[in-house]
Design a protein around this ligand. Structure first.
Ligand SMILES: *[C@@H]1O[C@H](CO)[C@@H](O)[C@H](O)[C@H]1NC(C)=O
Ligand SMILES: *[C@@H]1O[C@H](CO)[C@@H](O)[C@H](O)[C@H]1NC(C)=O
Ligand SMILES: *[C@@H]1O[C@H](CO)[C@@H](O)[C@H](O)[C@H]1NC(C)=O
Ligand SMILES: *[C@@H]1O[C@H](CO)[C@@H](O)[C@H](O)[C@H]1NC(C)=O
Ligand SMILES: *[C@@H]1O[C@H](CO)[C@@H](O)[C@H](O)[C@H]1NC(C)=O
Ligand SMILES: *[C@@H]1O[C@H](CO)[C@@H](O)[C@H](O)[C@H]1NC(C)=O
Ligand SMILES: *[C@@H]1O[C@H](CO)[C@@H](O)[C@H](O)[C@H]1NC(C)=O
Length: 327
C-alpha cells in the first residue's frame, strides 16, 4: 500500500509539473494529436488547423513543421526557407497556404510518427508562439491480391501442396488462410504465416503453405486464399483454384500408363519364354532333324540329274573300302 501510494503520488506530481511547464511554454501542447493516414508512395496531408483569427499577414509569421526535431518545411515571413530543412524532407513537401496543410510526397514507412506545426508571430518583442498542432501519421500499404498456387509435383501424391502469397503490404496482416470448399463443407486451412520484410521499403511479404489430400471422388475441391490486413483495411481474396477431375484424370492416366507398361513387359516376357522353349526343344532332338535333312537333300539330288546318281554310286564303293580302315 505504502509503495504504491507514494509512487502514484510522485507520478501525479511529476505529471502536474510537466503539464504546468508545457502549458507555460506552449499553451497548446495539451491538445490531442490529430490522426492521419497515408498510403505508401502517395501523399500525406499534415494539417496545421490554423484559422488565423487576427488575420495576421504571412509576412509577419514564421511557420514550420517538424518531426523528431527535424524540420520538414519552413515559411519565414512569407518566404520558403530551405536552410533548416532536413535532407530527408528536401523537395518532398508543398504547402497549401489556403488550408494550412503541408503535403508530404512519396510517403515511406519510415515517415510514420508525430508531426508538429508551429506558428510564431514576429512582433516588436521577437517571436511569439501563437499556434501549434500535432498530427500522428500512420502509413499503410495495401497487400497485393493473394495468389494461390499448386506447388506439388507427381511425386507429392496423394497429397497436394499449395502456397498462397501476397506481397508489399504494411503493417503485418492479422492472418492469411485458405478456405477449402468441398461438396458439403468449407474448412479453414491454417498454417504458420511466413513473413519477410524488405530492408529498404520496410514492406512485408507473406505466404503460407498447406497440403490437402488429393480428392478421390469426382467432386471438385475449391480453394480460395484470404488475407486479413489490419483493420480498417478489408479482406483480400485470391481467385478460386479448383482441383478435381483434371488431377483425378491425370492420376488415372498415370495408373493406365503403368498398366500399359506392365502389359507390354508381360507380352515381351511371354514371347521370350516361347522362343526359348522352342529353341530348347530343338536342341534336345538334334539327330531327328539332321536325318530328315539328309533324306531331303538326297531326294532333291536324286531328282536333279542322273550324273549325280552316278557319282553317288561311284562314291559308294569308296565308302565301303574305307569302312574297314576307320575302326
Ligand atoms: C512509387 O510511385 C511511382 C509513381 O508515382 C512509381 O513509379 C514507383 O514505382 C513507386 N514506387 C514503389 C516502390 O511502389
Ligand atoms: C485579411 O487581410 C487581408 C489583407 O491583408 C484582407 O484582404 C482580407 O480581407 C482580410 N480578411 C479578413 C477576414 O479580415
Ligand atoms: C518436385 O519435387 C522434388 C522433391 O520432392 C523437388 O526437388 C522438385 O523441385 C519438384 N519439382 C517441381 C517442378 O516442383
Ligand atoms: C508437400 O508438403 C509436405 C509437408 O507438408 C512435404 O513433406 C512434401 O514433400 C510436399 N510435397 C511436394 C510434392 O512438394
Ligand atoms: C455430401 O452429402 C451427400 C448428401 O447430402 C452425401 O451423399 C455425400 O456422401 C456427402 N459427401 C461427402 C464427401 O461427405
Ligand atoms: C468441377 O469443375 C469444373 C470446372 O472446373 C466444372 O465444369 C464441373 O462441373 C465441376 N464438377 C462438379 C461435380 O462440381
Ligand atoms: C487500399 O485499399 C483500400 C480498400 O481496402 C482502398 O480504398 C485504397 O484506395 C487502396 N489504396 C491504394 C493505394 O491502393
Amino acid at each position: 500500500m505504502g509503495i504504491c501510494d507514494s509512487s502514484m503520488g510522485l507520478n501525479s506530481l511529476l505529471l502536474v509539473m510537466a503539464l504546468l511547464l508545457s502549458v507555460s511554454t506552449f499553451p497548446f501542447l495539451g491538445a490531442a494529436a490529430l490522426k492521419r493516414r497515408a498510403y505508401f508512395n502517395e501523399t500525406a496531408d499534415l494539417p496545421c488547423q490554423f484559422t488565423n483569427p487576427q488575420n495576421i499577414s504571412l509576412g509577419e509569421l514564421v511557420v514550420f513543421w517538424q518531426n523528431d526535431e527535424k524540420v520538414l518545411y519552413e515559411l519565414y515571413l512569407g518566404k520558403e526557407k530551405p536552410d533548416n530543412v532536413d535532407p530527408k524532407y528536401m523537395s518532398r513537401t508543398s504547402f497549401d497556404q489556403e488550408n494550412w496543410i503541408l503535403h508530404l510526397h512519396s510517403v515511406q514507412i519510415k515517415d510514420q510518427g508525430l508531426y508538429q506545426c508551429f506558428v510564431h508571430h514576429k512582433g516588436p518583442n521577437g517571436l511569439v508562439p501563437i499556434h501549434q498542432k500535432s498530427c500522428d501519421l500512420s502509413v499503410f500499404a495495401n497487400f497485393s491480391q493473394p495468389e494461390i498456387k499448386n506447388t506439388s509435383n507427381i511425386s507429392g501424391r496423394p497429397y497436394i501442396n499449395f502456397t498462397c502469397s501476397s506481397v508489399q503490404g504494411y503493417p503485418e496482416p492479422k492472418e492469411i488462410y485458405i478456405l477449402c470448399t468441398t461438396e458439403n463443407s468449407t474448412v479453414k486451412l491454417d498454417a504458420l504465416m511466413q513473413i519477410s520484410q524488405d530492408n529498404v521499403t520496410e514492406l512485408y511479404d507473406v505466404s503460407i503453405s498447406v497440403s490437402i489430400e488429393a480428392p478421390r471422388d469426382t467432386n471438385n475441391v475449391s480453394l480460395i486464399c484470404v488475407l486479413q490486413p489490419e483493420p480498417p483495411e478489408t479482406e483480400l481474396y485470391s481467385t478460386t483454384l479448383t482441383i478435381g477431375p483434371e488431377i483425378i484424370v491425370n492420376s488415372k492416366t498415370d495408373i493406365d500408363y503403368i498398366l500399359w507398361i506392365a502389359a507390354a513387359l508381360l507380352i515381351i516376357v511371354c514371347c521370350l519364354v516361347f522362343v526359348l522353349i522352342k529353341w530348347m526343344r530343338k536342341k534336345q532332338q538334334p539327330n531327328h532333324s539332321h536325318e530328315g535333312h539328309e533324306h531331303e537333300t538326297i531326294r532333291v539330288e536324286g531328282r536333279e540329274s542322273g550324273q549325280t546318281e552316278d557319282r553317288v554310286e561311284d562314291q559308294a564303293p569308296e565308302k565301303s573300302d574305307e569302312e574297314p580302315n576307320s575302326p
